[in-house]
Design a protein around this ligand. Structure first.
Ligand SMILES: [Zn+2]
Length: 471
């Protein structure tokens, strides 16, 4: 099987969607008028595009990680160092969706992925229900290779936003179908449950087999990923049944040692894609900053952000060696409104909180899983995971909440019972457990980035990227 994309047209690409009528819908339509399209003899400004995205990074999450890093590592975050990098293009991004000033990840990724604002929960389907052409379709037609890397299920909304057309982001089985039929070259992340199914899809129930039959190399753990030779083959790496466990849990739980971190997956994807004669587009998502924001989980969000930050030097090294690469670093929206708050008299307790936060060894998700499995509150787990030594009253209150399975809401109960201790440990406050409408940072480098204005609406980025790539 040839490695280069064999499809010749958008019609053929969309045929792979498995959505009735999709191919014919697109037979004569061009979803985005502002794009110049591929013209013979027109040289791309950018050969490659690397798109690094933190999902759900509130401005305050960056502030928390920035100050933690200065205090604990005695130097600036890699992201902060980017502001001094020559050739930086910096702008502020408005992240709304078609039907709300507060976007979800599906609509946000679709805005980048097809140049239109769609409704929340939709992936590259316009508000009238018509599919839009995703950026990977254009890339494939131009002979480029494509890749998606995420700490979420790889079929989650943000990676899917560059490839898929589905009415609902929840239809992740259909998204995997489309990854296969649309031949995304590199897929690395979590979400095995959508590859090994109870209900049969177009390729049966074992999609790992179907991907292998389609020429993909399959890897299922960290050692296999690190041992991969440099090659131009298609690659599927799925390392957990659901999302990839949080960075803070992987650091402190040996049973998770065979799950790769985001920088390892990023490096492996670059290794597979960099030989592409006609370039590549690679999206890399630090997907679970968003989840830790939804959970208002300060220790966890910090380590998710730090893991994403470790990808930045890899990207810089690549663009230094390959100056024909456009690099974008951004987030799709804020989540939780995370902030390092002033704490104590004259806020003098906020600085030390950047060290006491290091007592936290596990995520709320990790704690909750153990309580649910044991159906019993173990105070030692709370102490091991957070450094809090619960009182007998606190243990009893947690046990009552756990026993009342109809209303067991771990997060609400945990923060109700340990709220003041958690604030004392982290000094982190939250505006909600939801997404926010805040304007967010967008940094860009390389050819095409000069076209990015100081203020950009998320859907406007699509035309700039496709223009730079001449696709
Ligand atoms: Zn979210």
């Amino acid at each position: 099987m040839p490695d280069d994309f064999p499809l010749k047209s958008r019609r053929q690409f969309l045929k792979g969607a498995g959505i009735a009528g999709l191919a014919t819908t697109f037979a004569g339509a061009h979803a985005v008028a502002s794009n110049p399209g591929t013209k013979p003899g027109r040289k791309p400004k950018a050969k490659n595009l690397i798109f690094l995205v933190v999902d759900g990074m509130s401005v305050g999450t960056m502030g928390l990680a920035h100050h933690w890093h200065l205090r604990n590592r005695k130097k600036a975050l890699n992201w902060t160092q980017l502001y001094a990098h020559p050739g930086l293009r910096r702008c502020v991004q408005d992240t709304a969706s078609n039907n709300s000033p507060v976007t979800d990840s599906a609509a946000a990724a679709s805005a980048w992925g097809c140049g239109q604002r769609v409704n929340n929960a939709a992936l590259n389907m316009d508000p009238g229900g018509k599919p839009c052409t995703p950026i990977f379709a254009r890339a494939k037609i131009a002979g480029m290779r494509t890749g998606l890397v995420s700490t979420c299920r790889i079929s989650h909304a943000t990676p899917a936003g560059f490839v898929a057309n589905v009415a609902s982001r929840a239809d992740e089985d259909a998204i995997v179908d489309q990854y296969l039929s649309r031949q995304v070259d590199v897929l690395l992340g979590g979400g095995a449950k959508h590859f090994q199914r109870t209900k049969a899809g177009a390729a049966g129930t074992d999609y790992f087999k179907a991907f292998e039959q389609a020429g993909y190399t399959l890897v299922r753990n960290r050692d296999q990923l690190l041992r991969l030779p440099r090659a131009d083959k298609r690659l599927l790496g799925v390392f957990s049944a659901d999302h990839i466990p949080y960075a803070i849990d992987r650091r402190n739980d040996d049973s998770l040692a065979q799950i790769p971190d985001l920088p390892a997956m990023f490096a492996a994807s670059l290794q597979q894609l960099q030989g592409s004669k006609d370039g590549f587009i690679l999206q890399v998502e630090g997907g679970r900053v968003d989840h830790a924001g939804h959970s208002n989980d300060a220790g966890t969000i910090l380590h998710e952000q730090l893991e994403f930050d470790a990808c930045i030097p890899l990207a810089l090294e690549f663009i230094e060696k390959n100056p024909d690469t456009m690099l974008i670093v951004t987030t799709d929206h804020g989540t939780g409104g995370c902030q390092l708050d002033g704490l104590g008299h004259q806020y003098l307790e906020s600085g030390p909180a950047l060290e006491t936060i290091n007592r936290i060894r596990h995520s709320f998700e990790w704690i909750e899983k153990r309580f649910l499995a044991a159906e019993k509150i173990d105070p030692n787990i709370v102490t091991h995971a957070t450094g809090i030594v619960p009182s007998d009253e606190q243990v009893a209150a947690m046990q009552v909440a756990l026993d009342d399975s109809d209303r067991w809401r771990f997060l609400a109960d945990f923060t109700r019972i340990f709220g003041s201790e958690l604030t004392g440990i982290s000094s982190v406050g939250w505006s909600s457990q939801n997404h926010t409408a805040e304007n967010v940072e967008l940094l860009a480098f390389g050819p095409g980035s000069e076209q990015i204005p100081a203020f950009i609406r998320n859907y406007e980025l699509f035309g700039i990227m496709t223009d730079a790539l001449r696709i």
